[in-house]
Design a binder for this molecule. Structure first.
Ligand SMILES: [Zn+2]
Length: 363
């Protein structure tokens, strides 16, 4: 599974512990992989869908993936990603990054996160015996900080924006040579999040949903889900991919603004204070790729307001589902689009994830 990184400038690199971007400064990508189908039957976790090859995943796994797909009504399914080992879908990507760090003989790693990716990386690093330092922006919920520290990782709180936090982490990586377990820069994260798509395909008995409604901040789930269905399409197993409705907070919507304006790249925004802190990304590094993925799916971007997020959170709780506020945005978007009679949510199954546990952060 360890294949070379590629950059759009034409360079490629065999992964090493200290490689996280191209010498030209560009982002690293991975070519589409060959999908493993049917999945292996001797493993219950997300690893049933991956040809893990050289990755020492058995030393790191906590049984991530295999989350419930709950039927909410005739067409809507909710995927309970908060039933993941550390309480969020980020486990899917984090376990792959940490297994990669182990395979590359990294003794320490660095990550930056507004919370859930940091907690996931800290947990898997602890299990793998790799020292971890997690950079978080000031204001990150105390429960997430406790979780990161509990796993033995060092926490560095950065006074400043989410972007300042990433810059501080990157500087530490450069000075220390640590493995950068970045859910934004390392494309192996999407090898993990693509299993979200493969799992839905299997859970629906080989049916392709009409619509995936997904939160979008740094786009790790949008890019992963698109990748999973694109690999199924490339293998001839399906003839279309679901339309992807990517959801942002009205108070921080650089991707939705670029989509509406017809631009190829988002422009940085000044974020407001939103309940959806987990997707409040003012300047998403993979923005152009996220826009292309949504366009390829014949999907769209939508934004939801604070009241809609709070109402969706309460409506989910009334149905027995306790999610963190950010985890409510997909459901908020489904409610809005249905109320408007939008064509984006007709024509077959709709799947929306509940990304993080309500025990991590409250309204
Ligand atoms: Zn390059």
């Amino acid at each position: 599974m360890i294949v070379p990184y590629e950059c759009r400038c034409g360079s490629s690199y065999a992964p090493t512990a200290d490689r996280w971007r191209c010498d030209c400064g560009g982002l690293l990508d991975l070519p589409l992989g060959a999908v493993r189908w049917p999945p292996r039957t001797d493993v219950r976790s997300m690893w049933r869908y991956l040809d893990a090859g050289d990755l020492p995943w058995r030393d790191v796994t906590l049984g991530e993936g295999d989350t419930p797909l709950v039927r909410e009504d005739r067409e809507l399914y909710l995927k309970v990603e908060f039933a993941s080992p550390t309480g969020s879908f980020k486990d899917r990507g984090a376990v792959v990054l940490v297994a990669l760090a182990r395979a590359l003989n990294a003794s320490r790693l660095v990550a930056d996160s507004s919370g859930n990716a940091g907690t996931a990386v800290a947990a898997y690093a602890a299990r793998a015996g790799v020292a971890a330092e997690i950079f978080v922006p000031a204001g990150t919920s105390e429960k997430k900080l406790q979780q990161i520290r509990g796993h033995g990782a060092r926490v560095t709180v950065v006074e400043g924006s989410r972007e300042d936090t990433a810059a501080a982490a990157a500087a530490r990586v450069e000075e220390s040579g640590a493995f950068y377990a970045s859910h934004v820069y390392n494309p192996y994260f999407h090898e993990g999040t693509k299993t979200y798509a493969l799992e839905i395909f299997e859970q629906l008995g080989g049916a392709v949903p009409a619509t995936l409604v997904l939160p979008a901040g740094n786009g790790t789930l949008v890019l992963g889900a698109h990748r999973g269905f694109a690999e199924l399409r490339a293998a001839g197993l399906i003839d279309r991919i679901p339309r992807i409705v990517a959801v942002q907070s009205e108070l921080c919507a650089p991707l939705a603004e670029a989509w509406t304006a017809g631009r190829d790249e988002p422009e940085p925004v000044r974020p407001g204070h939103t309940l959806a802190e987990g997707i409040a990304i003012a300047d998403p590094a993979r923005g152009s790729r996220i826009l292309v993925a949504v366009e390829d799916s014949h999907g769209a971007f939508v934004t939801v307001g604070e009241d809609e997020i709070a109402e969706a959170h309460a409506a989910l709780a009334a149905r027995g589902l306790w999610v963190e506020p950010t985890g409510s945005v997909s459901y908020a978007a489904v409610r809005r689009l249905r109320a408007e009679g939008s064509s984006l949510v007709i024509g077959g199954p709709i799947v929306a994830p509940l990304c993080g546990s309500g025990l991590k952060a409250s309204l």
